[in-house]
Every structure is written in C-alpha cells, then in structure tokens.
Design a protein around this ligand. Structure first.
Ligand code: CA
Length: 227
C-alpha cells in the first residue's frame, strides 16, 4: 500500500513509517495539515493515517476538506483524545476508523488493512488482474496458480499498478508513489523494474498484462495489446 501519515510528533511519525516500510508499504509523511492536503491532492494514496491535533489546519479540518473535495481515500484517525464527542466528530467528517494512542503496532496494521479494504471503492482482500493474483496481507503473488517470487520494490510496484488496474498511470506518479523521496531514482529505474516484473509476471504467458503506454506511463490490464 501507499500510505500517507499525517502526524506532527516526528518521532511517532518516523516510527510508524519505519514499521510500515518493514511491512513492504511505501509511506509519505506530512507534519502538518497544509502539507497533508497538498500531498493528498497531488498523489494517490491507499490510506491516510491522520492525527487530529495538528498545528494550523487540524486533523478534523483535513478530513473535512478532503471529503468536500471528493477525495475518498480511506482515513484512519489517530488521536490522544478518547472522549466520545471527539471521536464522533472525526467520524462525522469522513474518517473511516479511529485509534486512540497509545496502541500496539500490530493493532495499527490490522486497522489500517481494514480501513483500506473498506474504502469507498469496496476494495477486495486480494487484487486480481486476469489470472494474476496479489494478496496484500500475505504478500503472495501467483499467476495461473503458480507462485511468483518478487523483491520488495517489485512487489510494491506491482501492487501499485494492480490497485489501479485498467488505468494509465503516468511515470512520475509511479516513481513518486513507489519509491521513497530519499531513494536514488534514476531516469531509467522505473523501466528497469518494469522489465524485471515483466520477466516474472508476463514472460511465460501468452497474455501480457503489463502494458507500456508510450509517452505516458504504464498500466496493467487484461486483454490489452502487448507493446
Ligand atoms: Ca499531534
């Protein structure tokens, strides 16, 4: 998953980021509401983890503006305030679930998986394109029933494309979403990973799922012409 964490306590934010990255997710951080809104509008996330008490634009306002602007990304609220009215207010503004601090990382992961599934698009538990199946929870990928072994980055890239199956994703969007901003991403890194993925996912199959859209980017879909 590609997750946006909005949290002004930097230690907490870094801790969650590290934990999620160890679980193969890619993470962006925003330390205040303004950055959160900018990132959420510029990039596409599978889930947003939102602290309520933020400097400037607070978490309630972030949730309200996102929903008002039509952004339906699932939101998991993190809050130190465990009083019922606060939580209800957060949910009323469009959050999908909430957790009160402190919490265990395991519970956090479980809730995050659950809100990302519950997202407005009714996200399935496994992603499927043709006979290619990716299970985000177990990290198992199969094509025609046969397991495919992928590196961390290959998995992230494939998951990112499969969550947006059928849509053409611009190169820049893919690079910014799959790789961390501090990673060294060279001009041809994406192409190199796409060709690795193709060799594992498509090479031995008649139907090629990963498609190049010249001058734009990539898409994964069934029944497109191979290029
Ligand atoms: Ca805070």
């Amino acid at each position: 998953m590609h997750v946006l964490i909005v949290e002004d306590e930097k230690k907490m934010a870094e801790l969650l980021k590290k934990g999620l990255e160890e679980e193969n997710h890619s993470v962006s951080l925003a330390f205040d509401g303004r950055d959160a809104l900018e990132l959420a509008q510029a990039l596409e996330y599978d889930a947003i983890v939102l602290d309520l008490m933020l400097p400037g634009i607070d978490g309630y306002e972030v949730a309200r503006r996102l929903r008002k602007g039509g952004n339906k990304t699932p939101i998991l609220v993190l809050t130190a305030r465990d009083t019922v009215p606060d939580v209800v207010k957060g949910l009323d503004l469009g959050a999908d679930d909430y957790m009160t601090k402190p919490f265990s990382f395991e519970e956090f992961l479980a809730r995050l998986r659950s809100v990302s599934r519950r997202g407005s698009a009714d996200r399935p538990t496994v992603l499927q394109v043709g006979d290619l199946i990716l299970n985000p929870a177990t990290h198992v990928v199969t094509r025609h029933g046969e397991e495919i072994s992928l590196s961390r980055t290959e998995f992230r890239l494939l998951e990112f494309l499969m969550r947006r199956a059928g849509r053409v994703i611009p190169r820049n969007t893919i690079v910014h979403s799959v790789w961390d901003s501090n990673d060294d991403v060279e001009e041809n890194t994406l192409d190199a990973f796409i060709s690795l993925l193709r060799s594992k996912v498509d090479r031995d199959h008649k139907v090629k799922l990963i498609q190049t859209i010249r001058g734009t980017g990539y898409t994964i879909r069934e029944g497109g012409k191979a290029s």
